[in-house]
Design a protein around this ligand. Structure first.
Ligand code: C5P
Length: 243
């Protein structure tokens, strides 16, 4: 079934990876209406702080707070509460923190959701896409990356989380085992012909949509483009054609 441009826009997440508030605000003004969700990660959050997230929410934008929480369950519950208080649409934790920690994140998210807001989606980061089989061996983590991703996604689902962050490589098998509404959010998206940069396991927007991704995270191919709005429109067109 074909996806409309509007449906594609709701599923496009743009990473605001910058330390400059002026630059972040300029990108938001330029991309307003063509991007469903703005992602604030560690770089932007540690430089611009919660007030930038509040500003985005006040602008009526949906925010993915990509802080990858990983700590003892009580601390993660309190941090999840604080994430939800900001009115974000989604945030994430590391599955490696364990089932109890993930369940605590869910509890914190529900308790912190302001009246009139939906409880944010809480996503689990499974195996970082920067870790290959060699790095897993170095960490003494048994099994392949795929086996670990599947197992940790099961743990996340059991803990009541909304979905996982995964690479395009894992989409196909995860989609089979975890049908919607379990959310699959995929970074490392590179439109055909764009620079890969430091990403390893990349996929085009069309491929990621076909493999079952619910949300696509795109950073530099849009934010560093000479015309970021036109670059976002091109990604939407590719997503819409994919179905
Ligand atoms: O610029 P680029 O499209 O590579 O940006 C991807 C974004 O997704 C970055 O903010 C990066 O931190 C994030 N991310 C990722 N891989 C993960 C999790 C998050 O690239 N496994």
């Amino acid at each position: 079934m074909a996806m409309t441009r509007e449906e594609a826009a709701k599923r496009l997440v743009v990473a605001l990876d910058t330390t400059h508030r002026g630059e972040a605000e300029r990108l938001v003004q330029v991309l307003r209406g063509v991007v469903g969700v703005f992602k604030v990660g560690l770089e932007a959050f540690t430089s611009l702080g919660p007030s930038f997230v509040q500003w985005l929410v006040e602008q009526g934008e949906k925010v993915f707070l990509d802080l990858k929480l990983h700590d003892i369950p009580h601390t993660v519950e309190r941090a999840a509460y604080a994430c939800a208080r900001l009115g974000v649409a989604m945030f994430n934790v590391h599955a490696a923190g364990g089932g109890e920690m993930m369940a605590a994140a869910r509890v914190g998210a529900e308790a912190g959701t302001p009246p009139g807001h939906e409880t944010p989606l809480v996503l689990a980061v499974t195996v970082l896409t920067s870790l290959d089989e060699k790095a897993l061996q170095e960490l003494h983590l048994p099994g392949s990356a795929g086996q670990r991703v599947r197992h940790w996604a099961q743990l996340a689902q059991k803990a009541g989380l909304s979905g996982v962050v995964c690479s395009a490589q894992e989409l196909a098998f995860l989609r089979v085992d975890f049908p919607p509404p379990f959310v699959l959010l995929t970074p490392g998206i590179r439109p055909a012909g764009s620079a890969v940069g430091d990403q390893r396991r990349v996929a085009t927007p069309a491929h990621a949509v076909r493999q079952g991704a619910d949300f696509l995270v795109v950073g530099r191919p849009i934010t560093q483009a000479p015309d970021p709005r036109a670059a976002a429109e091109a990604v939407l067109a590719e997503m819409a054609q994919a179905c």
